[in-house]
Write a protein that binds this ligand. Structure first.
Ligand SMILES: [Zn+2]
Length: 458
């Protein structure tokens, strides 16, 4: 029932023409092409405007529709999709210790597979085509297999932890064994079908990773050329605990001392990042992934995106997880990001276009994928979202800026087609390769068993 195809696109596949849409290219000049065609060959955008289409071209009529680059979620935990609604009304550290860690610790490869596929289905249905997943400990292999089978483009890896208060035994890995296991997983999964999955090293956060683990991660990153994705500066309680544990240093000071700032470092949250931090990281390959719903729901705070962007550090965006933001629709995050910056800096400080860039062109820079995805330009991968014509929430005067219409009006409900490398993953609002009914059936069974294994009283 889950189709395992999805090899790399080949010259044998007929070209595909998206005909007559309004293209929000999200290129450097934010060019909008109205009533334009978009020709896809071998998984890439071949030409725009009025392309010369070969005779065997398949045509998809998208007249009246808005077409934009597939959305990018720079931070997500597909392995927490089962835990929606099971950890409400808690601040970060009790949210982790009382609920999320015991539940994650009970994952096996099978439960992680169906949990992650359920999340991947939700991502696809809401227009996300690329994710960066911070992984899980037990069940990491199931998570990586699900991402591979889903067809999503991804950075993904195994969540690494070897110490820390309140951490269940099953998640407390032996440091050397964890480093060897994560490297072996990288060898197995990287460059799988179509080369869409790239490996990323995922130390969870400073509070659960020992000094030797960070040293090993830095060494692995430099030897294998893998990036590092971690949580940092999410909540004040967390940074206070980091200072206590690391001799007064906060996360960025600690990373500097451990040499982790020399890696391709992508931090999730960065709510409490300061000007001093930004001065330290701006020269390196460093990015921040904003998770506004999660930051509000866990009471973490509101990140200052203007301050981060002024330094040239790219900002991505993501839903984080259903366990903290309850849904994986990245359009909701885009809208919220814009609204929060407006309330913080004034209504003219952050436009719909600014917000949309977090999930497209700038989100691609945050993952160092700007040469591949993030805008509609010839040569880039044909990862695209087509929003339905005739939706009342997108109906507007022709003078209205379509970036504003999408940033403030689009949602999962407006998604009609989703393409990754020119292949339809969602067609007319329905998944083409994944059987949602079967995913629900399997998920129900595996979640029940997981809750029993976790031993926690819900
Ligand atoms: Zn997270």
């Amino acid at each position: 029932m889950i189709l395992k195809e999805d090899s790399a696109p080949s010259a044998a596949e007929p070209p595909l023409l998206l005909q007559g849409g309004t293209l929000l290219t999200l290129d450097a000049g934010a060019t909008v092409l109205r009533g334009a065609d978009l020709l896809i060959r071998e998984g890439r955008i071949a030409s725009l405007g009025v392309p010369e289409a070969p005779p065997d071209t398949r045509v998809l009529d998208v007249s009246g529709c808005l077409v934009l680059p597939g959305l990018i979620q720079g931070h997500i935990h597909l392995g927490q999709t089962f835990f929606r609604g099971l950890a409400e009304e808690r601040r970060l550290l009790s949210w982790l210790r009382e609920r999320i860690w015991p539940l994650e610790a009970a994952h096996d490869d099978e439960s992680a597979y169906w949990c992650s596929l359920l999340g991947a289905a939700e991502c696809l249905l809401s227009g996300t085509t690329t994710i960066q997943d911070i992984g899980i400990g037990p069940g990491a292999r199931g998570l990586l297999q699900a991402i591979t089978d889903s067809g999503l483009r991804a950075f993904a890896g195994q969540c690494l932890m070897d110490s820390g208060d309140g951490l269940p035994e099953a998640m407390r890995l032996d440091t050397d064994a964890a480093l060897a296991a994560t490297e072996a997983l990288g060898d197995h999964f990287e460059d799988g079908p179509g080369g869409r999955l790239r490996y990323v090293l995922n130390p969870r956060f400073v509070l659960t990773c020992s000094d030797p683990l960070w040293v090993g991660i830095r060494e692995l990153a430099s030897r294998r050329g893998w990036p590092v994705h971690t949580h940092a500066l999410e909540q004040r309680d967390e940074t206070l605990a980091v200072r206590k544990l690391k001799g007064g240093r906060d996360e960025i000071e600690y990373f500097a001392d451990q040499g982790v700032l020399a890696t391709d470092l992508r931090i999730a949250h960065g709510v409490w990042i300061t000007g001093a931090h930004l001065n330290r990281v701006r020269e390196g390959r460093f990015s921040v992934v904003h998770c506004p719903s999660s930051n509000l729901k866990l009471g973490s705070g509101i990140a200052d995106l203007l301050a981060i962007r002024r330094t040239g550090v790219p900002v991505g965006i993501g839903t984080d997880a259903t366990a903290c933001s309850n849904q994986l629709d990245n359009f909701a995050e885009v809208r919220l990001a814009a609204l929060l910056q407006k309330v913080r800096h004034g209504p003219d400080a952050f436009s719909g276009l600014d917000a949309l860039r977090l999930a497209t062109s700038e989100g691609a820079r945050a993952l160092n994928l700007q040469d591949e995805i993030g805008s509609i330009e010839p040569g880039k991968r044909a990862d695209l979202v087509v929003l339905a014509a005739g939706r009342p929430e997108l109906w507007a005067a022709p003078q209205a800026d379509p970036h504003d219409l999408v940033a403030f009006g689009a949602s999962r409900a407006t998604v009609r087609h989703v393409l990754i490398e020119g292949r339809l993953k969602v067609e007319d609002g329905r998944l083409t390769r994944l059987d949602l009914a079967e995913i629900y059936r399997q998920s129900e069974r595996h979640l029940g068993e997981l809750i029993r294994r976790s031993g926690i009283e819900l």
